[in-house]
Design a protein. Structure first.
Length: 257
């Protein structure tokens, strides 16, 4: 029997690397999509002893031609698509470079839409498949910056809508909403995270394990860790005005887009 294939975007570090390691251990062939060829090759070397076939697909998902290239590969068929690639930026929206804001939207939203659309027909024909969209608790709570939070709110809503439409097909779409995770994400965005208490930080492998357990139980929205489940539940129970005020006071709502 052929091995199932998992295509993962943004796998060279952080959460994406965690999913790549997990699917390699679980017996999947991998298609790894990222801009940095050197880091892709390094990851492939690290996973070689565990994974079957590893296909490297260099692509910048902010570029339409590269999105089309990844979409063509997805149309050939995969069992799992992990839409992990994404980024945030520091600074206030009104001072941000419009080109950088558009790039963020293209990676965080447009790529998720296009790649999911490309993957679903083959999954539906096979009667089996999983799409995992990496969102954030920032998409569930108002006031966490502007464009990044809005992009993740879109991913969550998109995933929920598709999950409803795909019921009974054997294909599932899920949104994973972690909080602060120990990755390169914040340093790349230029965000100072020194004041975040240690108990709010999550480890990559814990996020991956808990999210996959949630997905196995059919949960459309996965919020890894008890502390973030509590935070989201509390935020949803409060009036949005109060949630925004709390975010401004404790969540650094300024200084990020």
């Amino acid at each position: 029997m052929p091995r199932p294939v998992a295509l993962i975007t943004g796998p060279t570090s952080g959460i994406g690397a965690g999913y790549a390691r997990r699917y390699a251990r679980d017996g999947y062939d991998l298609v790894l999509v990222a801009r940095d060829v050197g880091r892709l090759e390094q990851l492939a070397g690290e996973l070689q002893s565990e994974a079957g076939n590893i296909e490297l697909l260099p692509a910048d998902l902010a570029d339409a031609a590269d999105r089309d290239k990844v979409s063509e590969r997805l149309a050939e068929g995969v069992r799992v698509l992990v839409n992990n690639a994404g980024f945030g930026t520091s600074g206030d929206f009104w001072e941000a470079d419009p080109a950088q804001l558009q790039k963020q939207l293209d990676v965080n939203v447009t790529a998720v839409m296009h790649l999911t659309r490309a993957a679903l027909p083959a999954m539906l024909d096979a009667g089996a498949g999983t799409v995992i969209n990496i969102a954030s608790v920032a998409g569930l709570l108002p006031g966490r910056g502007s464009t990044y939070s809005a992009s993740k709110a879109w991913v969550i809503s998109f995933s929920e809508g598709l999950a409803n439409g795909l019921q009974g097909t054997g294909v599932g779409v899920h949104a994973v909403c972690p909080g602060y995770v120990r990755t390169e994400f914040h340093s790349r965005a230029g965000l100072d995270m020194a004041e975040v208490p240690s108990f709010m930080w999550l480890e990559v492998d814990d996020v991956v394990s808990e999210s996959l357990a949630d997905i196995a139980h059919g949960k459309v929205i996965s919020i890894p860790s008890a502390q973030y489940k509590f935070l989201v539940a509390t935020g949803r129970a409060m009036p949005r005005r109060l949630t925004r005020l709390a975010t401004k006071r404790f969540g650094s709502g300024r200084g990020r887009t």
